[in-house]
Design a protein around this ligand. Structure first.
Ligand SMILES: Cc1cc2nc3c(=O)[nH]c(=O)nc-3n(C[C@H](O)[C@H](O)[C@H](O)COP(=O)(O)O)c2cc1C
Length: 166
């Protein structure tokens, strides 16, 4: 199983999460970890499981390294499994919490991907997020600004969940 993790990160939180996810998934296959700034999105289709990570900036905007790539450039991901993770700040940005997860999820679905790795929204305190689908986020939501002590455990659980979904 070829697993590709691609992320954008400004202050390092999403990069750290990407590394931790890589460690958790090593047992499931060959894992390639790369910043999206160094990635040609057409290469995403080379992987069996594609994991996309981003923080949210501005008010609900995708992290800068994703600029111009967030639509996945019309890459055909038909039948590919895609999982999304992201970092945000639920207290300072409670109306746009991890919105960029939603941006990537919509692009992946438009590219034909099967989304895996939905994550329950219990245990967070925010008012709005476009990353929500009912009671679940469409990917793993992390908050290192307010709930840093929960990040490692969330990543561990989510990675186990992914192994079960692939
Ligand atoms: C100016 C600014 C704007 C932000 N906007 C949002 C936002 O709209 N939604 C959100 O969930 N987090 C927001 N955040 C929080 C970041 O996403 C969070 O700190 C994240 O962990 C940064 O990850 P990175 O270091 O990987 O870029 C914002 C932070 C700053 C400083």
């Amino acid at each position: 199983m070829k697993i590709g993790i691609f992320y954008g990160s400004t202050t390092g939180n999403t990069a750290n999460a990407a590394n931790a996810i890589k460690n958790e998934l090593k047992s499931a296959g060959e894992v390639n970890l790369q910043s999206i700034s160094e990635t040609d999105v057409s290469t995403l289709a080379d992987y069996d499981l594609i994991i996309l990570g981003t923080s949210t900036w501005g008010l609900g905007e995708i992290q800068d390294d994703w600029a111009g790539k967030e639509s996945l450039d019309g890459t055909d991901l038909t039948g590919k499994k895609v999982a999304i993770f992201g970092t945000g700040d639920q207290y300072s940005y409670g109306e746009t919490f991890v919105d960029a997860i939603g941006i990537l999820a919509r692009s992946a679905q438009q590219a034909g991907a099967i989304l895996v790795g939905k994550w329950p929204s219990e245990g967070y305190d925010f008012s709005e997020s476009t990353a929500l689908d009912g009671s679940h986020f469409v990917g793993l939501a992390l908050d290192d600004d307010n709930q840093a002590s929960m990040t490692a455990e969330r990543i561990k659980k989510w990675s186990e969940q992914l192994k079960g979904e692939i």
